[in-house]
Design a protein around this ligand. Structure first.
Ligand code: SF4
Length: 434
């Protein structure tokens, strides 16, 4: 009975790499160390319906076809498209992302990741002001003040606080939770906020006001602060600024409550400036609480291959990037794409209505292990192996540390990487014959 140690959980951006998995008859029968979300990913393989075979839509119905037939049909869509959109690629390996970028370049497509609807503004803020960061190991070993701002790890990243932050014990933080101050800034008292030493409730969309006020106080201009900021009394804002200044090592973990609320990337931009200001007094870093397990990896691979982290348009024959213009949703809302490939993501469930309505009008190629609302509007469907369970590959944790995901069981399904390579080969063949 093989027992596989140090398996990586491929669910959230924490990428816990201490999972022990027992395999019997090519089935996962025991999982140790994973949280409830991770556990459901490992056992979900057995409980959820899978896309069992490649399919093509004929007379309105998806019908099973051979893999070769599906590759041919999808490649024809790619070759005939004048404005192709490739979207998703964040719940898969970096190797698949690299293949997808190559395919996008060969077909003059726009390629975008799920960051389009989550931490995209974080990337923009990092470009404008930089991203003063550290590894989660550094946080575990050194941080004595930890802020969770606009995120709720108790539910979204359940082992984060135990492994890397508030509750973990490290080299210089041997007292664990007792030696750390935990602060939560949010618009409502989440389950994470209930565990905090200090909960700062702010008005919806006022993150930028609070960050700016904190910067003013840290820089010695407390006198300009009004009696309340973002709904928070001045005395509490001053106390928070003093706590940050007097810490040994501060880490601000921030989530979509910051990136997708009013002021969007300007929030991250200002937070980065706050971190710079704090570094005049102490050591401070910031880390985005990334959701999809390899959304960080997409940004890494895309940046080193094209110079840009997302929303990359190859229509001109070279990478062009202008979020707001070349983002997946921007294109779909303008009804620009004439075909789309959606992989390892579910645009059908997560995009705004107008974008989904346009997707439903154009040919859609889907690559995914599981059926989802995108399947309902797809014209060619490929079943894929689950990376981190049925296939190995590389992923980047939220702190941009790369980890190698193990293959735990055998699978009859092809990997995303294989599918995208076969598509590229067929596209080249069709282009040569054209
Ligand atoms: Fe998996 Fe995230 Fe839970 Fe870790 S915290 S076990 S990576 S779901």
């Amino acid at each position: 009975m093989p027992v596989i140690k140090d398996a990586v959980c491929s669910l959230c951006g924490s990428l816990c790499d201490d999972i022990t998995v027992t395999v019997e008859d090519n089935k996962i029968t025991k999982i140790e160390n994973a949280c409830i979300l991770g556990h459901s990913k490992f056992v979900g393989m057995l409980e959820h319906d899978r896309i069992e075979t490649p399919m093509i839509r004929k007379d309105g119905e998806l019908v099973p076809v051979s893999y070769e037939e599906a590759i041919e049909a999808a490649a024809k869509i790619l070759v005939n498209s004048k404005r192709m959109l490739s979207y998703g690629w964040c719940s898969t390996s970096c190797e698949a992302v690299s293949g997808a970028i190559q395919l996008a370049e060969e077909t003059g497509s726009v390629i975008d990741s799920t960051a389009n609807v989550c931490h995209g503004p974080t990337a923009l803020a990092a470009q404008e002001k930089g991203s003063p960061s550290a590894s989660l190991g550094e946080i575990k070993n050194r941080a004595d003040v930890i802020i969770f701002w606009g995120c709720n790890p108790v539910h979204a990243h359940p082992r984060h606080m135990v492994r890397y932050s508030s509750f973990s014990k490290g080299l210089f933080t041997e007292k664990g939770r007792k030696g750390r101050k935990m602060i939560v800034v949010d618009v409502r008292k989440t389950d994470t906020a209930k565990l905090a030493d200090n909960y700062v409730e702010i008005e919806q969309g006022s993150d930028l006001l609070l960050v700016t006020a904190l910067r003013s106080i840290v820089n010695g201009h407390e006198d300009v602060i009004p009696e309340t900021v973002a709904g928070v009394p001045k005395a509490k804002v001053v106390e928070l600024a003093e706590t940050l200044k007097n810490a040994k090592f501060v880490c601000i973990f921030f989530g979509m409550g910051v990136t997708q609320s009013r002021s969007k990337y300007k929030n991250g931009d200002a937070m980065s400036s706050l971190i710079s200001d704090l570094n005049q007094h102490t050591k401070a870093v910031m880390i985005g609480m990334r959701g999809h397990y390899n959304v960080t990896g997409f940004g890494q691979v895309a940046t080193w291959e094209t110079g840009f982290p997302m929303a990359i348009d190859f229509a001109r024959g070279y990478p062009y990037y202008n979020p707001g213009e070349t983002g997946a949703n921007d294109l779909l809302v303008r009804e620009e794409p004439d075909a789309a490939i959606i992989a390892a993501a579910d645009a059908g469930a997560h995009f705004p209505q107008k974008a989904v309505r346009h997707l439903a009008k154009i040919p859609v190629i889907q690559i995914d292990p599981y059926p989802n609302p995108t399947t309902e509007i797809a014209d060619v469907v490929f079943p894929a192996a689950v990376v981190g369970i049925e296939a190995e590959g590389t992923a980047y944790r939220m702190d941009a540390i790369s980890l190698r995901m193990k293959k735990l069981i055998e699978s009859k399904f092809k990997t995303d990487e294989e599918i995208v390579k076969d598509l590229s080969a067929k596209v080249r063949e069709l282009k040569r014959g054209a």
